[in-house]
Design a protein around this ligand. Sequence first.
Ligand code: NAD
Length: 448
Amino acid sequence: MKISVIGTGYLGATHAACLAELGHDVLGLDTDPLKVAALAEGELPFFEPGLAELLHRHVASGRLRFTTSYEEVGAWAEVHFLGVGTPQRQGEGSADTTFVEDAVRSLAETITRDALIVGKSTVPVGTAQRLGEILARHQDPSLKIGLAWNPEFLREGFAVQDTLRPDRIVVGVDDAANASTLRAVYSAADELGVPFIITDFETAELVKMAANAFLATKISFINAFSEITEAVGGDIQTLAAGLGLDERIGPKFLRAGLGFGGGCLPKDIRALQARASELGHERSMRFLAEVEGINLRRRERAVFLAASMLGELQGKKVAALGAAFKPDSDDVRDSPALDVAVRLFDAGADVSVYDPKANANASQRFPRLAYADSLSDAVADADLILLLTEWDEFRSLSPDTLAVLTPARKIVDARNVLIADQWTAAGWDFAALGRRHTPVPDYAPVSA
Ligand code: NAD
């Protein structure tokens, strides 16, 4: 099928390359000419495992092309996916839907053949209905242009596999024929037996918001308990294991730590609260304010641990390992890791940040921090090390290998990926979120 993808950021570029992989002819469109130029050369402007290879292969084969021209996609494609951003409005919790509105208006004004527009962006409930009205106002009335909502559930870091083999496909339609078109687009997933849920616009929009609200809640749930285990001396990881083995609960998203961030969960739970308020149901989603409060307190706790281990932060050298909001991504939007690094800097610490992939994005956002090109550079003269994003490079650290690289013998594991006993046995002052911190009594600084 001839398919366009409007907005080629994290979601759109992934979707476009995966549709080409599934055998479709794909034309990606973005209003950012630099992004389009890079993609057209087969260069991925961000990091996502496996995606660069896919992009390269299908740009080379000619099955995947990029443009900035709405006229071109409007005349060519039979299906148009919308993957433009829905960021948080400045100074408010609500989602800014002007990008999806602009994209639909641009499509309506340039489509010259029967077509289907399919929203994938995460939007407040009621948006698809409104976009349908915009479409009707601006389209050529002689054409049949349908609208469907097909929310995206991919996880950054696993985006390619999640797109090629999703665990479900949800489709909101007001016309059964549009669901059939989408079934044809996703025939490969259909053959794999991926559940295909057909519903109305509102339910489709809400499923995505509900999924993100649930995931955020599960993370904050275990992190709330980690505040209690810190206070009483319990073990949050054993608690999580004991909880997750209950098959009604499950083990995923129960790792206590620095909490959630990124371009989706934080903005989506705020948008959901804002929308519930508009609908007169503010109380239904009020618990999400607490979910966010717990999430932000983890960052404060990480800073508190660093300060208490160092006595004071002013002038102390701190290595921040990780800037991305999660491993296997270079996305630093609302990143807990970067937020902790900035808080330490603002408290007077001399912070050196190292992330295997996200240094460039992080330094663009916070140029005042210092960035190291390698783990060894970051820790070379550190007084304290904080593990803030659980990249494999950091998970595999051992006290002995790290001791060769740094004079520091103090470490905060904000992601609960290191084995505490190994570090304390090797003489390190070790703290982790969710564990009571017992300072090493005979700690003495090691000269480099
Ligand atoms: P992004 O900022 O990486 O990409 C958005 C792109 O849209 C940008 O390249 C921007 O230039 C482009 N754009 C803006 N207005 C446009 C217009 N009028 N026409 C064409 N292009 C336009 O954002 P993202 O992370 O890819 O997220 C996009 C949407 O997908 C959001 O609603 C997000 O919540 C949702 N989503 C994202 C993910 C994810 O993992 N990133 C997962 C599921 C859902």
